[in-house]
Design a protein around this ligand. Sequence first.
Ligand code: DX5
Ligand code: ZN
Length: 213
Amino acid sequence: MLVSPSLLAANFANLEKEMEWFNRSDSDFLHLDVMDGVFVPNISFGFPVLKHVARLCQKPLDVHLMIVQPEKFINEVKALGAYYMNVHYEACTHLHRVVSQIREAGMHPAVTLNPATPVCVLEDIIEDIDMVLLMSVNPGFGGQKFIEHTYDKIRQLRELIKRHGCDVKIEVDGGVSQKNVEALSAAGADVLVAGSAVFGAEDPIEVVRQLKK
Ligand code: DX5
Ligand code: ZN
C-alpha cells in the first residue's frame, strides 16, 4: 500500500518540524489540499505557502486541487515539482484538454471524483490518466467520517481499469485510518491519503508504517 499523508492536518505554525519527521517516515507522497472557497466551502493554503513546503519535502508531491478552473494553475503546480496533479471531474468542463495539458507539462494527471459522482463518468478518460482519486468524504475538511459506499466504488473502478487494460492507480481520500486500511486494501485501493490519522497522531511515523502494511 502506498501512503500519502495530507498536510491539511499539520501544525501550520511549525511546518519545518512537521517536514522533518515526514521525510524520515515511510510515506510515499505528500498530499497537498488546495481549496478556493468556491468549489469547496473552505480555504486552505495557496502556492506561496506550498513553494516553501516543496523545498522542505524530500518525497514526491501529490497535489489535490479543490478549485474551479484548475487549468489556470498548471504552471504553478509544475513549478512545485509535483508528481501527481489531481483535478476534480466536477470542476472541469473540458476534462480531456486539462488532462492533456497536465501531461504536456510533464506531470502525472489524476482525476478526482466526489462521493456522489459515479465511476462510469471515467469511461472515456481512464486511458489518458495515471490515477483516480476517489473522495470518501465530501471535500473541504479534514477529520470527517468515511463514507462506506466508497468500497463499492473502488471495486467498480478496479473493474473499469481492468476492462480497459490500463495501468491506473486508485487513491482514496477522507476518513482513512488504521481502522479501515485492511478493507480498503481488500477492495483494491493502491494509495491512501490520511490527514488527521497521521498528523494528529502522537507517533506519526508509526501510523504511516501501520497504514503501509
Ligand atoms: C478533504 C481533503 C483530504 C483531507 C483528509 O477535503 O481532500 O485530503 O486532508 O483528511 P482526513 O484524513 O482527516 O479525513
Ligand atoms: Zn485531498
